[in-house]
Design a protein around this ligand. Structure first.
Ligand code: PMP
Length: 388
């Protein structure tokens, strides 16, 4: 029997860039004291009050099929959150609740791309992006961003790549770079989208984790709301990665089609998870800030330590839970650096190359272990770099 071609094109080959991560996990299982600064998973769990609500809701009987588009309450709460944060008029009709941001990314692309269409995205990219685009039959076309420009994309590069494309996928605050796009970047993106008639898919799962500057959603820019689909998630904002709950926010017409798609794919999100998400969002900014606070502290800590030496340079981290470090001065590739660091110091970081060609010679540090362990790991990492 032959498997569909698309299944073999999701990842590009034998090395999917996650070798260091898998090796670190194996070392840890064998009892070695590995510090994992790899994936974007909080070191705190979901807040107890959210779990209590989940438990209450499940025990109250919310365990049957839930409403496919999402419960009215949660759709309304998400719409209000978006309206409050961005000023863009938004109602429940603009929202589809999905099983996490990843499912939202897949659905959004499936709704605007036909097989063979060209889909644009920026390199460095979140690891699943190229596979998500290929999984819907699209041709993925990366646009390089450069460390010299702090990984902010340039309008001229987008223009060059946009001919014949159907959509552009963007992510700010950015994983893996920690960069938050400024208004000039957004204006350039919006202008090309309008000139070239592109759909814009804006992954905003880190919208509450801003350390410097402010979050701008492209949906708020002139003439952009009708061509923008925003991806949101409870995973990062509320440390609810395993609950699998997120959303797509977009024009009512697209959401109507996405509800139809959900009927034929996911069939919605469990009611007790949605009730817990609704409860969490209604607790307001205070809870979100509590979840984000450890990253703000560690970013400060790492920025200070990196500033105290000159072998490693930090890409200014303005948002999200990652820091991108330029290690080109060591003469090592990101991959070699990460592998040697793991073997010598038992510290696991992601090689920049895992996120595309533009981040080669860099490593991504996830700020996802306790402050003391994090500080020691950064000190050790810098010591290791100084000896290359
Ligand atoms: N987008 C980005 C940029 C991410 O970093 C992640 C998770 N690491 C996701 C989407 C997907 O998140 P989830 O499916 O857990 O909502």
């Amino acid at each position: 029997m032959k498997i569909a071609n698309r299944m073999n094109t999701l990842t590009s080959g034998a090395n999917d860039g996650w070798d260091v991560f898998y090796r670190a996990r194996k070392m840890k299982r064998s009892g070695l004291p590995v510090t994992e600064l790899t994936i974007g998973e909080h070191d705190i769990g979901t807040h107890k009050s959210i779990l209590t609500e989940m438990d209450r809701s499940a025990k109250a009987g919310n365990t049957g099929y839930a409403s496919v588009p999402g419960t009215d309450e949660l759709r309304q709460t998400v719409a209000q959150r978006i309206k409050k944060k961005t000023g863009v008029p938004t109602t429940a009709a603009n929202i589809l609740i999905t099983p996490g941001g990843q499912a939202a990314l897949f659905a959004a692309h499936l709704s605007v791309l036909d097989p063979g269409d060209v889909a644009l995205y920026f390199d460095p990219y979140y690891a699943t992006y190229p596979g998500t685009l290929r999984s819907v039959g699209a041709v993925d076309r990366p646009i390089n961003c450069y460390p010299e420009n702090n990984f902010q994309p340039l309008k001229s590069d987008i223009e060059l790549a946009a001919k014949g494309a159907k959509c552009l996928l963007v992510n700010s605050p950015n994983n893996p770079t920690g960069v938050v796009y400024d208004i000039e970047t957004w204006k350039g993106i919006a202008e090309v989208c309008i000139e070239q008639d592109l759909w814009l898919i804006s992954d905003e799962v880190y919208d509450g984790q801003i350390w410097k500057g402010k979050h701008i959603t492209p949906r708020s820019l002139s003439d952009m709301a009708q061509r923008t689909l925003v991806i949101g998630s409870m995973s990062k904002s509320h440390a609810m990665t395993r609950s699998r709950v997120g959303w797509v926010c977009g024009p009512e017409m697209v959401i109507t089609h996405l509800i139809n798609l959900a009927t034929h794919t996911t069939y919605g999100v469990p009611g007790y998870i949605q009730n817990a998400a609704n409860f969490a969002l209604n607790r307001g900014d205070e809870l979100e800030m509590e979840v984000a606070a450890p990253f703000a502290r560690r970013r400060k800590l790492a920025t200070k330590l990196v500033a105290g030496q000159n072998m490693v340079k930090a890409i200014p981290c303005s948002g999200a839970m990652y820091m991108m470090l330029d290690i080109r001065k060591t003469g090592l590739s990101g991959e070699t650096f990460a592998n040697r660091l793991l073997d010598k110091k038992y510290i696991a970081v992601m090689p920049g190359e895992s996120f595309g060609q533009s981040a080669k010679g860099h490593i991504r540090v996830a700020m996802t272990v306790g402050d003391r362990e994090f500080k020691t790991a950064i000190e050790e990492l810098l010591d290791f770099a100084s000896k290359q």
